[in-house]
Design a protein around this ligand. Structure first.
Ligand code: CTP
Ligand code: MG
Length: 188
């Protein structure tokens, strides 16, 4: 593949991982995942920023957009390299990317609460990479061959490095937009 395309391709294949957190901001609200529960340290398990609606909405949004992308790239543009493969295996990968991303976000909030940070408080690195870590926690043990073939092998590793560099920038940009739209209380 043209080396100029490996970074856009990596971003494209990771949209189902990148999108769920922003979708959760739009769909979120209502009952908290921890039902208001606290740990022994007296702090919330996850906090009011993590809701069931956000979790389901975010996961479904990631999977749905991934399916649309698959149809666009595979059927309309005839570019199988820009898809996740056959329908059922690809649905599984999309689930791992989208749900893993939301799981990482929960894990991030869990760590933040244990560190005594209130909801919405800054926590550099974790805030930017928690969803990537969560997706990797599911993808690496369950779909390693897919990850290796698409993000580690040959020039594709450049795509992975590009993705890792762009994640904090995208995160920042999206959060500023969310803040300006009045969907987020803080611009990070
Ligand atoms: N959100 C949600 N459910 C989720 C994830 C996010 O409802 N599972 C919504 C919440 O409204 C949340 C917003 O998306 O406030 C932004 O998400 P995030 O920045 O991850 O949460 P914070 O409020 O900053 O809380 P935390 O300190 O736990 O990250
Ligand atoms: Mg936050």
């Amino acid at each position: 593949m043209d080396v100029l395309l490996v970074i856009p391709r990596a971003l494209w294949l990771m949209v189902p991982m990148l999108l769920p957190n922003s979708a959760a901001v739009l769909f979120g609200g209502g009952t908290a995942i921890d039902f208001g529960g606290c740990m022994k340290d007296g702090r919330r398990i996850l906090g009011d920023g993590k809701t069931w609606r956000g979790l389901f909405g975010g996961t479904l949004a990631g999977i749905s957009v991934g399916l649309l992308q698959g149809i666009m790239a595979g059927e309309l543009l005839n570019a199988p390299d820009w898809t996740w493969g056959e329908f059922w295996p690809s649905l599984f990968i999309l689930f791992l990317l989208a749900f893993g991303s939301m799981l990482g976000d929960l894990l991030g909030s869990f760590v933040k609460r244990r560190a005594g940070r209130e909801r919405g408080a800054k926590f550099p690195v974790l805030d930017q990479y928690d969803f990537f870590i969560g997706a990797m926690i599911l993808i690496l043990p369950l779909q390693f061959p897919w990850f290796r073939d698409n993000f580690l092998e040959g020039e594709y590793i450049i795509g992975l490095v590009g993705l890792l560099v762009l994640i904090p920038l995208l995160h920042r940009a999206v959060n500023i937009i969310g803040y300006k739209m009045g969907k987020k209380d803080v611009p990070w």
